[in-house]
Design a protein around this ligand. Structure first.
Ligand code: XIL
Length: 345
């Protein structure tokens, strides 16, 4: 049984795919993607710096390959992401006539960015993460240049431009730490604000870069219920479970230096011990039991990477760590966690 077969009556099972995978097209990887998953997200290739590197240059080469791969295998495609303060092209906030960009000029750029990209993929990309990470941890708006210049209206406009360019595409707000009450309430405020103005939003994307014990199942459940009550679908969009200590919780770790100088941050030089393998499987099992219980509210669960060797968590938040976040190991073999997840159905 594969993931997409096991969960076909519950929600979509997605995976994020990176540029290297698309270009090298390793057959074993492609087969694993196609057999296990029915939704695809570009890990990086649709971000502003890659897809719109200069004001008048759009580069669809990589994203086209990804969309082709998805079409060939009948997969749902998620466009990630239209407006985000990170992995942005350097020209975006530089005015053509002076150094401080006006709201009008910036808004024109956002409009062109969204209309061109969403329009180009009209009918081919099924859903968009329209705005990514627009909240601070306390639930207030993130003080990014998008917000400082455009106010909260930048979010409303982004959704309107996306909807105008492809009325058939689903539109999402995506962010991390959306389980904490503060940030959860911030996201609910965004959803309700859009809805009260008649602007289409179909879902909230909870990134789900989680660890072995955080967040708690109870808090995840509360968030699923509260998001669902606003009338949007809940998506878990970037699921991975780190088995390593968080440097923010480990007082001895210095996130600014590499792991070579932080040996305690890479505690499993001989591979992941069975006991932790089991812990990871248990954690995934509890999470999917909860997802199944609320499958009527959940549209999709997407893993942020195909196998442990490809997980961004090997380099974040400390470069050079070896993490074991996903359901397939570095040899693309299913881990204990894979079976645990399948067996929840
Ligand atoms: C990450 C990618 O996985 C890395 O390859 C890249 O270097 C940085 O971005 N939130 C998001 C994702 O919305 O786009 C990020 O992806 C992880 C955090």
């Amino acid at each position: 049984l594969t993931l997409k077969e096991a969960f076909k009556d519950k929600f979509l099972m997605g995976v994020a795919v990176n540029r290297y995978q698309i270009n090298q097209s390793n057959q074993e990887e492609t087969d694993l993607i196609a057999s296990q998953f029915n939704a695809l997200t570009a890990e990086n290739d649709m971000k502003w710096m890659y897809i719109h590197p200069e004001e008048n240059t759009f580069n669809f080469e990589q994203s086209d390959k990804l969309v082709e791969l998805a079409q060939k295998n009948d997969m749902f495609v998620v466009g990630h992401t239209l407006v985000w303060h990170s992995q942005l092209a350097p020209w975006v906030f530089k005015s053509n006539n002076g150094d401080t960009i006006s709201n009008e000029e910036l808004n024109g750029r956002i409009k062109k960015h969204i209309s061109t990209i969403v329009g180009n993929y009209k009918g081919r990309i099924d859903a968009w993460d329209v705005v990514n990470e627009a909240l601070e941890e306390d639930g207030s708006y993130r003080k990014s240049p998008f917000y400082k210049i455009g106010g909260e209206a930048f979010i409303e406009k982004a959704f309107q431009y996306a909807n105008a360019a492809d009325p058939g595409a689903e539109l999402y707000y995506n962010d991390y730490n959306l389980i904490t009450p503060e940030k959860r309430n911030g996201a609910i405020r965004i959803i309700n604000n859009l809805k009260s103005k008649g602007i289409k939003i179909d879902g909230v994307g909870v990134q789900a870069h989680w660890s072995l014990n955080e967040p708690s199942i109870e808090d995840i459940e509360t968030a699923i219920k509260m998001y669902s009550e606003t009338g949007v679908k809940v998506m878990f969009t970037e699921l991975d479970i780190s088995v390593l200590p968080s440097p923010w919780n480990a007082p001895t770790a210095d996130v600014s230096v590499s792991f070579e100088n932080n040996p305690t941050m890479n505690p499993y030089p001989n591979g992941l011990p069975d006991s932790v393998q089991t812990q990871l499987a248990k954690r995934y099992e509890e999470i999917f039991k909860l997802f199944n219980k609320h499958s009527d509210k959940i549209g999709r669960v997407t893993f942020w990477g195909l196998h442990d060797g490809l997980s961004w968590k090997n380099n974040f938040p400390i470069r050079g760590r070896t993490d074991y976040t996903l359901l397939f190991d570095r040899g693309m073999k299913p881990k204990k966690a894979f079976n645990a997840v399948i067996n929840t159905v």
